[in-house]
Design a protein around this ligand. Structure first.
Ligand code: ATP
Length: 558
């Protein structure tokens, strides 16, 4: 499937629209349309149901080290500015950006891809040609080598048929990973940049050295607020959970181990939002902070990692497009003893590349301690308070005691945290990509034609059943509207009486409706209706009175 086809379908059928489209759109912001809102809500509901609502705390779930409880929160988007200072986001949540002096474009440093290439370059005014070696770059992740070749041909003034005269050297790699470039923007980057042909530039040497850029959206609280009143839109929902840890312990009877779940909007001022909703500036997260005894945290980490991976498989992401990737030791955050990403091979990524759907991180006691003591940094194997030049804490914590007293073990400790952090928009996009299917099926004249259908898991399908009267006469519409009204009490349904029934089926296939119900001539005689299955195209008759129960069973309680 080409990504363009899915994007077109999403717009045509009302899954996703660009935000503020009539004003030209706003980069990195997306609106969910009438079907998109249903699909995304189903994703969030399935997550909440499976992680929180249906969790049975009286038994040990398969693979879990012990029984545990689950509860929820819904915290504000804007929080006390000190939250972000102690969490580390104020000082550390940044990316590096690079500007091009020629094209006036801005790029995320680690997203610029390139490869060394040499060729003969003619000098100005017909002076002798000399051999020039540059690092050609692009932002294309699809057909990267083709894009690099085009840039190089243009630079050396060559035609496509002369492409063989280019001498490519080394692998395609991120500009930020070149030796000497410094992966975070440091190093002797100035020496390298003179040689770099920017992604949209005609001449080498037009990129500025990378600059740091904090990803948090800043806002000011109060009518007369100045910079001292600056706060931030949350870049993750997790911190609302940490700062409420004590409130939850004090107001409920939860005991460690337990988890707090939250679904909510997060905001990141991404430098280069792209790939449809994959990298947006406003998005929704589904996060769990799971609090446990430090000596059991490794077992709980493995439990959540495997549990969350299984959830995506159960929801229909299967095969080699989904993978679980354990981070190497050098990728781990300074406080983590383990992190894994659940990744999906999105169609817009280059062959063999995967995009993150969810991260499962062992966070130790870093977050609770930071909100007690102040911003922490690693010194050797220890986490210590970060201090300024005068030896004072750089960012003070709340000073509140966020430790936990286990009255059975008679022990006080700061719980360790396992954090499964998922993106609702990325999951929704993955389910859309996975559902996109094309096969051949007979049209209304019995001719085999191409059929586009979205093969959603029934729990995720925006519409569960569509009801059609075969024709708009002989009492069929009356029976169909009665069935529609009944089913609607339980399922999201759609009523359609326009056009040939074959076309109506195709319209429902395109939005992933698992079942279509048709009221036809036989219904008038024996009170049965035709039910049609989206995936198998099989049709069978069901007595009208048994329809709701039959659908409920087939839709497996959703
Ligand atoms: P990436 O490396 O892709 O930017 P991340 O590692 O920064 O992601 P986390 O901070 O771990 O992401 O956030 C948890 C989840 O939130 C991600 O797995 C993803 O599903 C979602 N997410 C993060 N940033 C974005 C974004 N800009 N747009 C949409 N979803 C996002």
């Amino acid at each position: 499937m080409e990504m363009d086809q899915l994007v077109a379908l999403c717009k045509r059928r009302g899954f996703l629209f660009q935000s503020s489209e009539i004003y030209g759109g706003l980069n990195g912001f997306w609106d969910y349309g009438p079907l998109g809102v249903l699909l995304k809500r189903n994703v969030k509901d399935a997550w909440w149901n499976d992680m929180v609502q249906a969790h049975n705390e009286t038994i040990v779930p398969p693979g879990a080290p012990a029984r545990y409880e689950m509860t929820g929160l819904d915290c504000t988007v804007i929080m006390h500015p000190q939250v972000w200072k102690c969490s580390g986001h104020y000082d550390l949540f940044h990316d590096f950006m690079v500007d091009c002096r020629e094209s006036k474009r801005r790029y995320r440093y680690d997203h610029i891809l390139g490869r060394y290439v040499a060729g003969l370059k003619h000098g100005e005014g017909g002076t002798a040609a000399s051999r020039v070696r540059i690092f050609a770059t692009t932002m294309e992740t699809e057909n990267t080598q083709d894009a690099l070749e085009q840039a190089a041909l243009k630079f050396f003034g060559l035609r496509k048929k002369d492409a063989d005269s280019l001498e490519w050297d080394g692998e395609i790699r991120a500009l930020s990973s070149l030796p000497g470039s410094g992966s975070t923007g440091g190093g002797a980057i100035g020496d390298i940049l003179g040689n770099v042909l920017g992604p949209d530039a005609k001449h080498p040497g037009t990129l500025t050295p990378p600059r740091e850029f904090n990803l948090m959206f800043k806002t000011v609280i109060g009518a007369l607020g100045d910079d001292d009143d600056a706060s931030f839109l949350r870049p993750e929902t997790a911190q609302g959970i940490f700062v409420n840890f004590k409130n939850v312990c004090d107001s409920t009877r939860v005991r460690v181990p337990f988890g707090i779940a939250q679904i909510g909007k997060s905001f990141r001022n991404e430098i280069t939002p792209r790939n449809f909703t994959f990298r947006s500036r406003e998005f929704e997260q589904m996060e769990i902070e799971f609090f446990c005894r430090p000596d059991q945290s490794s077992e709980w980490y493995r439990y959540w990692r495997d549990r969350r991976f299984r959830w995506y498989i159960d929801m229909g992401l299967a095969g080699d497009r989904l993978r679980l990737r354990e981070h190497d030791a050098d990728e781990l955050s300074h406080y983590s003893c383990g992190t894994a990403d659940i990744e999906y091979r999105f169609p817009f990524l280059p062959p063999g590349e995967y995009g993150e759907l969810e991260g499962i991180a062992h966070r130790g006691d870093f977050d609770l301690r930071s909100h007690m003591e102040g911003k922490l940094v690693r010194k050797g194997n220890e986490l210590v308070l970060e201090r300024d030049g005068a030896g004072q804490p750089k960012h003070r914590g709340s000073g509140k005691d966020l430790s936990y007293y286990d009255d059975l073990a008679r022990e006080r400790f700061v719980p360790h945290v396992i954090e499964p952090s998922a993106g609702a928009d990325r999951a929704t996009l993955a389910f859309l990509c996975e559902a996109y299917n094309i096969d051949t099926a007979p049209d209304e004249k019995g001719q085999p034609t191409e059929r586009l259908f979205l093969k959603f898991h029934p729990r995720l399908a925006p519409i569960k059943a569509a009801v059609f009267p075969l024709v708009k006469k002989d009492g069929m519409p009356e029976i169909a509207t009665e069935i529609y009204g009944e089913l609607k009490k339980t399922f999201s349904c759609f009523y359609d009486d326009k056009g040939a029934v074959g076309r109506r089926y195709r319209r429902q296939d395109e939005i992933g409706t698992p079942y279509c119900i048709t009221v036809d001539g036989q219904t008038l005689a024996d009170e049965t209706v035709t039910v049609r299955d989206r995936d198998t195209l099989q049709q069978w008759r069901v007595p009208k009175a048994d329809l709701a129960a039959e659908l409920r069973e087939r839709l497996n309680g959703c």
